[in-house]
Design a protein around this ligand. Structure first.
Ligand code: HEM
Length: 207
């Protein structure tokens, strides 16, 4: 028991000392890796598609990690919450890159094609809705807006659950057949949503 306590204190201290700028730097690695793979011709026959997919998947993984930090902190009694903003913002960074790859490289800024894709392909529409929902969250993810918005800030940031739900369906609907990867991500998203619902119910029950 004493050993477990020691390990717990050790990890907590280490976590507290992590400099967030190093975390940001670390989270640019997937983008750097993609550039290296592109330069060495490792992205297969359709590099653009590979880049688009890789950026989308990285964004979704980071968004899932962002939302997992709160339940993991509760479960372990180690405060991982201080990483939430950095990881969330880096997820948004990858979403922007994913969106720009689609708009510039895939659609080649052909606006008529963009409109057709959004209106005719439900998975594109869902990705777009998810992206739009995340914009105000990214803009207000700083101390200035946290102070200015007060209680409304956490209410606003609950939108992230809707955004991740749409992102999960976006991935599920993307392929013509059911992709195991997409199903696993979606199940994790559902688990995170249900944990959040249980928490909200508890808060309301206490009032
Ligand atoms: C701005 C709106 C969005 C557009 C236009 C868009 C577009 C696309 C497209 C065209 C693909 C398919 C690539 C292919 O042909 O294989 C795709 C895949 C994907 N997108 Fe998006 N997307 C958007 C938003 C998002 C968001 C917000 C997320 C996650 C947070 C996301 C995550 C993914 C994932 C995980 C994939 C599948 C990657 C894979 O196959 O491994 N997308 N997206």
């Amino acid at each position: 028991m004493l050993e477990i306590n020691k390990i717990h204190i050790f990890i907590s201290n280490k976590i507290r000392k992590v400099k967030l700028r190093y975390l940001y730097l670390f989270l640019t690695l997937p983008a750097i890796l993609l550039i290296v793979e592109l330069l060495f011709g490792k992205l297969g026959v359709d590099p653009m598609r590979e880049i688009e997919k890789e950026l989308g998947e990285t964004a979704l993984k980071l968004l899932i990690v962002t939302l997992s930090l709160s339940p993991i902190s509760k479960l372990t009694s180690i405060n991982f919450i201080r990483f939430r903003r950095s990881i969330g913002l880096m997820s948004f960074f990858y979403i922007c890159l994913h969106f720009l790859t689609w708009l510039i490289l895939d659609m080649q800024l052909r606006w008529d094609e963009v409109i057709i894709s959004i209106t005719k392909k439900p998975f594109i529409l869902l990705g777009m809705i998810s992206f739009i929902l995340l914009i105000p969250l990214a803009i207000t993810s700083n101390n200035y807006f946290m102070m200015k918005l007060g209680n409304a800030w956490s209410k606003l940031h609950r939108i992230v659950y809707l955004a991740i739900f749409f992102a999960g369906i976006h991935f599920l609907m993307m392929a013509k057949t059911i992709e195991l990867n997409a199903v696993i991500y979606f199940l994790i998203i559902l688990l995170l949503l249900s944990l959040r619902l249980v928490k909200l119910k508890k808060i309301r029950g206490l009032k």
